[in-house]
Design a protein around this ligand. Structure first.
Ligand code: F0G
Length: 471
């Protein structure tokens, strides 16, 4: 029916409506448990000021991650009823495989229980001591899986990607000249090139088609396959549509297919854009590498037609993939993230610019200049957002990155707090509440205490470290 589906042709007439409303209504609800600031102060003290240690029902608005926390649609829940749990050759696998190939036409589609399992398998096959894997910016689990094999994980994001205040349309782009130099100097050590779309560790920033094309050209000229870490591919494609010259009239699904056509394979966390609560995959073109990966899959994930997932999960993901490329959905999604970022900026809370696709990143170093980096300004802000308003966010700064393998400490490059927005889960009034809590935080920011770590594990300390306020 003309004018009823994702029809951009009707938009210009409607430009006078400022509200970009949620393109869905609510079908099933989950209660939020209201709490008081005193209750939350007690709970966060019990949790040793580590927000990962809270019980989730003590959180009002959970912006810890956008991973696996989205709301599934009516049609996804209906698809679950089609799940076939056969160990081998389940029809649900073929539904899933075909939905993946509709957007990413790779010959081999290998399901995994989540993204990091795909990464482990890929780098077990391609990594090893002496190797180096370049990316724009490796996500933590990608980096960890590369390094676990003894290889080096190298970040080659463009210079602009390092400056939180700088506005650039594609801050996730890779520095192509640096990639060329690496391949000239150490080509035989490079098994593949990775590109993270959008670039989560760099602030949810997109990569342009032009940059992807240039990276693919350099990689292929040196005989190297290009793999996408494609968790947020639809958000990336929407940014391309909005920001890249000549792309504004195109279907997002076509832009995604263009991205896929430049690559030789992908790792995927289906807990992000594919709208799943769990899942992932590895897809690739090369037959020999696929055979090797399937053998590794069987060791820990399962038979290649289910790979650690239930048939019902595969069905839900197939449906999620159809939904996420909707223009109405993506317009709302990207606008709702920018809505929060714009409001925080107006309050004077400095954010990484421009707003990312899935999250707003607050620059806690700029916000709390009275705290030294090793007094953990990001942690101070995250604890304040929880105590004052029950909002859970995630420190991405010196708590997460400040401890080196030899036990020494050094400040991280940036002190960020990520407010990651789960897909289709919260409404605009939830976000207005978040903005109001931020306003309250602004009024007390100069008095927020720093934190010291009183106990920490040797690795990945942010999950379990115990903190104490200073003074
Ligand atoms: N790659 C990127 C870019 C990611 O953001 C994540 C997960 C993964 C890979 C790993 O996927 O969790 O399914 O194993 N990011 C989540 C986050 C955890 O909060 O940003 P996974």
């Amino acid at each position: 029916m003309a004018g009823v589906t994702d029809n951009d042709a009707v938009r210009p007439d409607e430009a006078h409506f400022r509200t970009v409303m949620e393109p869905f209504r609510i079908h099933s609800v989950e209660p939020l448990r209201m709490t008081t600031a005193d209750y939350r102060r007690a709970k966060v003290r019990e949790a040793a000021y580590n927000l990962f240690q809270l019980h989730a029902d003590d959180v009002l608005i959970d912006l810890l991650t956008d991973s696996g926390t989205g709301a599934m649609s009516r049609d996804q829940w209906a698809a679950i009823q089609h799940g076939d749990e056969s160990y081998a050759g389940s029809p649900s696998y073929f539904v899933f495989r075909d939905a993946v190939r509709e957007l990413f036409p790779f010959e081999h589609v290998i399901p995994t229980h989540q993204g990091r399992a795909a990464e482990r398998i890929l780098f077990q096959a391609l990594g090893g001591p002496g190797k180096v894997v370049p990316s724009n910016t490796h996500f933590d689990t990608t980096r960890a899986n590369v390094e676990y094999t003894g290889a080096e994980a190298l970040d080659l994001v463009i210079e602009e990607g390092h400056d939180p205040a700088l506005v650039h349309p594609f801050k996730g782009n890779m520095d192509v000249a640096k990639l060329e130099t690496l391949l000239v100097q150490r080509g035989s050590d490079v098994p593949c090139v990775m590109m993270t779309v959008t670039n989560n560790s760099g602030g949810g920033q997109p990569v342009s088609l032009e940059n992807l094309r240039a990276v693919a050209e350099v990689a292929h000229r040196h005989g190297k396959p290009l793999f996408l870490d494609a968790c947020r591919f639809a958000e990336n494609a929407w940014f391309i549509r909005e920001r890249e010259p000549g792309q504004g009239e195109r279907e997002v699904a076509d832009i995604v297919r263009d991205m896929a056509a430049l690559a030789d394979g992908m790792t995927m966390s289906a807990k992000k854009d594919p709208m799943g609560n769990i899942g992932g995959w590895l897809a690739l073109a090369d037959d020999d590498l696929a055979a090797q990966c399937r053998n590794l899959l069987i060791l820990t994930e399962g038979f290649p037609t289910y790979g650690g997932l239930a048939g019902r999960d595969l069905e839900a993901l197939a449906q999620g993939l159809r939904e996420v490329v909707s223009h109405d959905y993506l317009r709302y999604r990207i606008r709702s993230t920018a809505y929060v970022a714009d409001a925080l900026e107006r309050l004077g809370m400095p954010c990484l610019k421009p707003a990312g696709g899935h999250a707003v990143y607050v620059d806690a170093r700029a916000l709390l200049p009275h705290l030294a980096p090793l007094e953990f300004p990001g942690q101070a802000l995250a604890v304040a957002l929880y105590e004052l308003g029950g909002i859970r966010s995630c420190e991405i700064g010196s708590v997460m990155f400040g401890r080196h393998p030899d036990g020494s400490q050094a400040p991280a490059a940036m002190e960020l707090v990520r407010l990651a927005i789960p897909r289709r889960t919260y409404t605009q009034s939830h976000m207005d509440y978040v903005i109001e809590v931020a306003e309250r935080v602004m009024s007390v920011k100069d008095d927020l205490p720093g934190y010291r770590i009183v106990h920490e594990p040797p690795q990945l300390r942010h999950f379990t470290a115990r903190f104490e306020p200073i003074g």
